[in-house]
Design a protein around this ligand. Structure first.
Ligand code: SF4
Ligand code: FES
Length: 579
């Protein structure tokens, strides 16, 4: 295989590879601003320049400086066998210092109040490659703040004109809302009058911006990024299986960011995935179990509520179990087993599968792969169907349940949707049925149900989602269960324990110890210390293995599931000092 030597490290490459790509694969740092692997390469910021030598076949293959010894951009130069690239030569370092000085001429020194501080490559490279002081004594050009769209503020004077944002709207979304206005040091990124940037992928430009110029209104001044932890997640709002980071601190989610996966979402996510998490901390969350007494809902302990659930299911001649396609595959499996352990005579239904229009493709020749916004607005229809087929021996669609609900005297209904989902038809269908509702937020059904069990959102649990192309991916629990909620998986395990004559033990779910942040300046985080009665603790991996042991056709779940990336701190290069 041909090789190239970068900073003294010999690296293999495939013909056509760029120097910067090979360096990235081999963990060699090359600074960059305009380069992004998912966009075209204008090579305009000049921070990635290096000295190049290559064997000259006309001179006995002796190493000779390329292009007469001029610096060349590593982001557009393809590797040649035997090439030697030096990012640490005197000339290269002088270029890096010059570029940094140039970029910082008009850049305000407002890092302490800038939202990007801690994840800003201008800040990082200024430490790594810049000078310690500024020689600029003239007045800086001051540019205004602008409102570019529903989610995006622009701090114009922080812009370094890398044009990533403009290229994204031209090359990926094809919407071209952004443009460069004016020339020279007066150039500024702007929208066309009255045409905000609100396309379905708009907020990816916030992630692309290497400085604090394009900022997320939703996250503005909400949290310093170095206090955040990121947990690997999977899009819980559509059938895309997009890889995400759930970023959180002290038991609260603060934002969702895309996680790179070339097989699925490449570098991007839609705004609907990015901002759909608000219901996790909504005032509308169900906080404790309730049961209907004399026609009104009253708070109940978990033990009391479980007793009523078991009595209801055991006493019913025909029970319907509606499994929501928002639940994990493991939870679907456990719920079927739990209800079956109380009453063999159950009928299984898949919960509602909302859709919105058609799938929308965003072709990206640069990435060689289109990004797709999915029309189906649930994450795990395929995983739930797989379980219902294997364990339940078949199921019927939600419409059939609504039409035939009168056949059942008891109904166990799961939901966990991020927005309103109950229809009038459903309310009518449940009239006169003993209803056990397992859900996350208040709805009109909560008043009607005989027992309401508060369940946990995607951020408070782990498990597997199988996307619309049948890729099964595991995701981790990011934050503790909110209020007195439990995951549907835990609820099912508790019910199995009780139905088999066991007892529940009062203990925390074992997640609390991990949530206490220990960085300087932080108060210990919220921990899942609420002592709730629980049976066997829900652990997605254990359940996956059990599924495979119990049902040959479910072995594939344990075998094919892709593990989540490990939890990370959102690292800052700055040293934190405890005051
Ligand atoms: S706003 Fe950000 S992404 Fe856009 S050109 Fe300026 S620095 Fe680059
Ligand atoms: S990253 Fe190579 S010139 Fe900008």
């Amino acid at each position: 295989m041909p090789t190239v030597t970068i900073n003294g490290i010999e690296c293999e490459f495939t013909p056509g590879d760029l120097v910067i790509e090979v360096a990235d694969r081999n963990g060699i740092d090359i600074p960059r601003y305009c380069y992004h692997p998912g966009l075209s390469r204008p090579a305009q910021c000049r921070i990635c320049l290096a000295t190049f030598q290559a064997p000259n076949p006309r001179n006995d293959n002796k190493l000779e400086p390329m292009m007469g010894g001029k610096l060349l951009p590593t982001c557009v130069t393809e590797c040649v066998d035997g090439m030697v690239v030096e990012m640490q030569s005197k000339k290269t370092i002088a270029n890096q210092k010059a570029v940094m000085e140039f970029l910082l001429i008009n850049h305000p020194l407002d890092c302490p109040v800038c939202d990007q501080a801690g994840e800003c490559t201008l800040q990082d490279f200024s430490y790594q490659y810049g000078r310690g002081h500024s020689r600029f004594t003239d007045t800086k050009v001051v540019s205004p703040k602008k409102n570019l769209g529903d989610h995006i503020y622009m701090y114009s004077d922080r812009c370094i004109m890398c044009t990533r944002c403009v290229r994204f709207t031209e090359e990926v979304t094809g919407t071209s809302e952004l443009m460069i206005d004016s020339r020279g040091d007066k150039s500024t990124i702007d929208i066309f009058p009255g045409e905000p940037i609100n396309n379905p992928l708009a907020s990816n430009v916030i992630d692309l911006c290497p400085v604090g110029s394009l900022l997320d209104k939703d996250f503005l001044f909400a949290q310093r990024v170095w206090f955040l932890k990121r947990t690997a997640g999977i899009d819980p709002f559509t059938s895309s299986g997009d890889n995400i980071w759930v970023e959180h601190n002290q038991g609260r989610v603060y934002r969702i960011k895309p996680r790179h996966n070339m097989d699925i979402n490449t570098w991007w996510i839609t705004d609907e995935v990015r901002y759909g998490w608000k219901f996790v901390h909504s005032d509308n969350r169900l906080v404790t179990p309730t049961r209907k007494e004399h026609g009104v809902q009253v708070d109940a302990t978990w033990t009391r509520a479980y007793k009523q659930v078991i009595d209801t299911i055991r006493g019913a001649s025909k029970t319907a179990l509606v499994i929501s396609p928002t639940l994990t595959t493991e939870e679907a499996y456990l719920l079927v087993r739990a209800v079956r352990s109380m009453n063999e005579n159950i009928s299984l239904f898949l919960g509602p599968v909302p859709t919105d229009g058609e799938d929308i493709e965003y072709p990206n020749p640069q990435a060689g792969k289109a990004f797709v916004q999915r029309a189906e607005k649930v994450p795990n229809k395929n995983g739930v169907k797989r379980v219902l087929d294997a364990v339940g021996g078949g199921y019927k669609e939600f419409d059939t349940f609504v039409r035939n609900a009168s056949e059942f005297d008891a109904v166990v209904m799961t939901a966990n949707f991020p927005s309103a989902w109950v229809t009038d038809d459903l309310v009518d269908a449940l009239n006169g049925r003993k209803t056990i509702l397992i859900d996350t937020t208040q709805s009109v059904l909560c008043d009607k149900a005989d027992v309401v069990l508060p369940s946990s959102t995607f951020a408070e649990k782990s498990g597997t989602f199988e996307n619309c192309t049948n890729i099964m991916q595991h995701f981790d629990q990011a934050i503790p269960n909110q209020h007195d909620s439990k995951s549907e998986g835990q609820i099912a395990l508790d019910l199995i324990e009780l139905a088999n004559g066991g007892t529940l033990k009062e203990h925390a779910p074992g997640f609390g110890a991990q949530i206490v942040d220990e960085q300087p300046g932080q108060v210990p985080g919220a921990s899942d210390s609420i002592l709730l009665p629980r049976g066997e603790l829900y652990d997605a991996k254990t359940i996956r293995n059990r599924m495979g042991e119990d049902f040959e056709s479910l072995k594939i779940v344990g075998e094919s599931v892709q593990d989540a990336a490990p939890e990370e701190l959102v690292e800052s290069d700055m040293e934190l000092i405890e005051l």
